[in-house]
Design a protein around this ligand. Structure first.
Ligand SMILES: [Zn+2]
Length: 380
């Protein structure tokens, strides 16, 4: 299946088979890095080899059922990759598996990931945070005088839902109608067409929740179209594209993606401002790693914002799961000895998603310097 939203990612992350192990497998299939199938195969073989040796290391501590499940995961992975991989737009693949529970999820992403394999009590999802935060479900409504087309894009999936034509009243078919009558009827009809399109998009929202709506129309109809939209839809309008109604869908999507990236960038600017404002005023904002981890440990994070590629050593309490930005000897919460971790950011993102926080990743270079590359908006 194609995973679309943070909600669906949350469903994956909440999968927790008691006593069994979940395999999380990340493979970089980016054609710019692995142009030939042979190069990709070598990379895959190496990752499978790592997975096998880690599985052997782990098995001593596992039940028979967990061991069998883990072996089943690796067999399923080998079978999956034995078929010719259709890479096309895909640059990164994430697979989550727990064979004893028939749990198997594949996410194909238009962005590369680092090769990694994790075995744990839950799916390890943090490497796809960028993918999720940059592919918010978006609808596109194109209209002209007579036609309307509706698209959605989400994750790596693009769909055209409908393409319809409302038949205009024919001038020649009217008898004795004055020019003003015709004009009135024509205006009413145009309004009907616009309302019809707006109504369909509202219906779509109920079946397919989207965060953002992009409009494409002739300039003179823009205002009419916006007026016709239900308030739920108006709130979601983030921009307009200029494109012919009969344009190739690839061209439409490309233009919409440009808008989406701009909106994502503005959205992150707003979050930075809010974090700064809240951190100053009443404590509802956290700036920098230490404060952010404190808020995370207290389960107070509503939105976690971080710079893509941020890595930081730290420590973790194996007993209660608290995360620290430095090498604490003992956990401040439960006094148990902590253990050092190579990348506390990865664990923080994972924990935030598990706790239901929204994770936003800034991909523009040094975008988050004003908040020391990581920060958060808190619930209270
Ligand atoms: Zn602790």
């Amino acid at each position: 299946m194609t995973v679309q939203t943070q909600e669906e990612v949350r469903e994956i992350v909440n999968f927790s088979p008691d006593g069994l192990v979940v395999t999380s497998f990340y493979l970089n299939v980016d054609a710019t890095e692995f142009p030939s199938d042979a190069a990709l195969q070598t990379s895959l073989d190496s990752l499978m080899h790592t997975a096998e040796s880690r599985r052997k290391d782990m098995e001593e501590g596992l039940s028979h059922e967990a061991t069998e499940s883990l072996r089943g995961d690796l067999t399923a992975l080998r079978e999956f990759f034995a078929d010719d991989l259709q890479r096309e737009e895909t640059k990164g693949i994430a697979i989550f598996s727990c064979s004893a529970q028939n749990f198997w999820q594949v996410i194909q992403m238009p962005m590369p990931v680092g090769n990694q394999v994790y075995f744990g009590p839950r799916p390890h999802i943090s490497p796809i945070a960028t993918f999720v935060s940059h592919t918010k479900p978006t609808a596109i409504l194109l209209t002209d005088q007579q036609h309307a087309r509706i698209f959605t894009m989400s994750g790596s999936e693009v769909r055209e839902w409908t393409d319809f034509e409302d038949n205009a009243p024919q001038r020649t078919a009217q008898r004795g109608g004055s020019q003003s009558n015709y004009q009135r009827r024509s205006d009413q009809w145009k309004q009907h067409h616009i309302d019809h399109a707006a109504e369909l998009v509202l219906k779509l929202l109920q079946h397919y929740p989207f965060d953002w709506l992009i409009l494409g129309t002739e300039v003179q109809s823009q205002a009419t179209l916006e007026q016709a939209l239900h308030p739920y839809l108006k709130d979601r309008v983030v921009g307009e594209i200029s494109v012919r109604i009969d344009a190739d869908s690839a061209e439409i999507i490309e233009k919409a993606e440009e808008i989406r990236e701009q909106v994502e960038s503005r959205h992150i600017d707003t979050l930075i401002e809010q974090i700064q404002e809240f951190a100053g005023a009443g404590g509802r904002g956290a700036i920098g790693l230490e404060k952010t981890l404190e808020a995370l440990n207290e389960q107070k994070i509503h939105i976690l914002l971080l710079q893509q590629g941020l890595v930081h050593q730290g420590s973790e309490c194996p007993n209660c799961g608290m995360l620290f930005a430095d090498q604490q000897k003992t956990c401040v919460a439960c006094n148990e000895p902590t253990r050092p971790v190579d990348d506390v950011i990865d664990l923080a993102v994972q924990k935030a998603i598990e706790l239901g926080s929204t994770v936003e990743v800034a991909t523009e270079f040094e975008k988050l310097l004003p908040i020391e590359s990581i920060g958060a908006i808190l619930y209270y």
